[in-house]
Design a protein around this ligand. Structure first.
Ligand code: PFF
Length: 453
């Protein structure tokens, strides 16, 4: 029986377009909002060290694998895993991996959109001059007043989700590709400007030291798990998003080179964010462990006092919101691709359904900062629980399975052909990393987190 499949698969117009889009997916709130605050909560340098190790040894090889799996079938994540399992003569339950990815994407999107909404709201605050001459106390008061209001958060969350849906409806070429071309260079320039400001503050060296001086006594089992989770989150790995982007990639592009470029750009942006934020934290006597509000309580101080701060403030939050947008479209894309290709939905219907589901769930995150702030499940607020479940558990589990599948299940000649590495040695290194290093490392971190080792 022949099955006619509906495919939405376009192709990126060039290797550069793919790199831009995948970097757009990788670089987002994870680098600028999350990396600094979890680094602050987990004691600084030692956490950063483990994070970098996870990016290099686990993240990059898995990124190559995930892209390769997607490109081989050119289907949504669920069908990709089903087809590849069939091709390798393996259990059809591998398709559940695709399912988990689709689910994780929507769960992450639900809270991602809320935080991106904060950034959007801050564009307006910067524009109206709220930060002018504001000290640390005033900036904190602005933030606290803002997140206490569910209505304001819902408004900005809805606006951001609507923007995501509008872009995704337009498809690969028109929507995804165009939005990242201007953004990446813009983000980079603004961050260099902010770095120059941070370097002029009295707390610069203290901030630098906090970021790069590893004090291993501060590392707990949970912070190691968080560092690994962050490596997956920041590279958008383990949930089929890279798979979908890989499926839009033409066959003559080197997956390996592209993966290195994407991971390097992503890491650079995260480190830059840390180098900007911690000096401001120490200069103004703030606490590095002040949680998800960290960048919203620090950067406005810089914008309020630096020359040109009004304009830079507007531009920065604008760029951050757009960086979040190029990630949120990657979060929703696996679900949309699956609904269109597997369930036969129109792209419009698929976007509406996926977007509305994530939006509704996002209300839980909104309330966890105000009306439900005292409500705890397993000692965590709703937002913290979702974040833990997705970044620390679902993405690493997804990544583990991707590594195992490409290292052990997929036929050697298939991965060899798809990766098309220049030498047999390079292939052997990749194979070793995905077959042994990455899965064992993920497994050990899990064992450590549950207290077995
Ligand atoms: N990598 C994004 C960030 O660092 O903000 C978050 C993300 C996007 C995670 C897309 C997963 C994903 F599929």
């Amino acid at each position: 029986m022949t099955v006619t499949k509906k495919t939405i698969h376009g192709e990126w117009s060039s290797r550069f377009a793919f790199i831009l889009a995948a970097t757009g997916s990788a670089v987002g709130l994870g680098n600028i909002w999350k990396f600094p605050y979890i680094t602050g909560e987990n004691g600084g340098g030692a956490f950063v060290f483990v994070y970098l190790l996870c990016v290099a040894l686990i993240g990059v090889p898995i990124m190559m694998s995930e892209t390769m799996l997607g490109r081989r079938t050119r289907q949504d994540p669920v069908d990709t895993m089903r087809i590849l399992a069939e091709e390798a003569g393996a259990d059809s339950r591998w398709q559940y991996l695709g399912w988990m990815g689709v689910t994780a994407g929507l769960l992450i999107l639900s809270y991602y959109s809320v935080i991106a909404g904060w950034s959007s709201a801050y564009i307006l605050k910067a524009f109206t001059g709220s930060f002018f001459d504001a000290d640390a106390t005033a900036v904190k008061a602005i933030f606290d007043g803002f997140i206490e209001s569910p209505l304001q958060l819902i408004f900005w969350h809805s606006l951001f989700m609507a923007a995501t849906m509008l872009i995704v409806v337009r498809g690969v070429h028109d929507g995804l590709e165009h939005s990242v071309r201007l953004l990446m260079p813009g983000l980079f320039i603004l961050m260099i400007l902010l770095l120059a400001y941070a370097m002029s503050t009295s707390g610069y060296f203290q901030g630098l030291r906090f970021l790069i001086h590893p004090d291993f006594s501060k590392l707990t089992a949970d912070s190691i798990l968080t560092a690994m989770g962050q490596a997956f989150f920041t590279l958008s790995l383990g949930m089929g998003s890279v798979m979908v982007y890989g499926s839009y990639l033409s066959s003559d592009v080197s997956i390996v080179k592209a993966s290195y470029i994407i991971a390097a750009a992503d890491t650079l942006v995260a480190l830059l964010a840390g180098l900007i934020i911690f000096p401001i934290v120490f200069t103004h006597g703030l606490h590095p462990d002040s949680g998800p509000g960290l960048i919203f309580k620090t950067l406005p101080i810089a914008f309020g006092s630096m020359t040109g701060g009004w304009l830079f403030g507007i531009l920065f939050f604008l760029v951050l919101a757009i960086a979040a947008l190029t990630s949120s479209i990657a979060l929703i894309e696996p679900a949309v691709a699956w609904l269109v290709e597997n369930k036969g939905f129109s792209r419009e219907k698929a976007c509406t359904l996926a977007g509305l589901a994530a939006w509704a769930l996002g209300l839980g995150t909104v309330f966890s900062f105000n009306v439900w702030a005292d409500f705890r499940i397993f000692g965590r607020t709703f937002f913290e629980l979702l974040d833990y479940l997705t970044a620390n558990l679902m993405l690493p589990i997804g990544g583990f399975c991707i590594a195992v599948f490409s290292g052990w299940i997929m036929h050697r000649q298939d991965s060899e052909q798809e990766l098309n590495l220049p030498t047999a040695r390079a292939y052997a290194v990749w194979k070793f990393l995905v077959s042994y290093v990455a899965p064992i490392a993920v497994f050990l971190v899990f064992l450590n987190a549950v207290g077995v080792i």
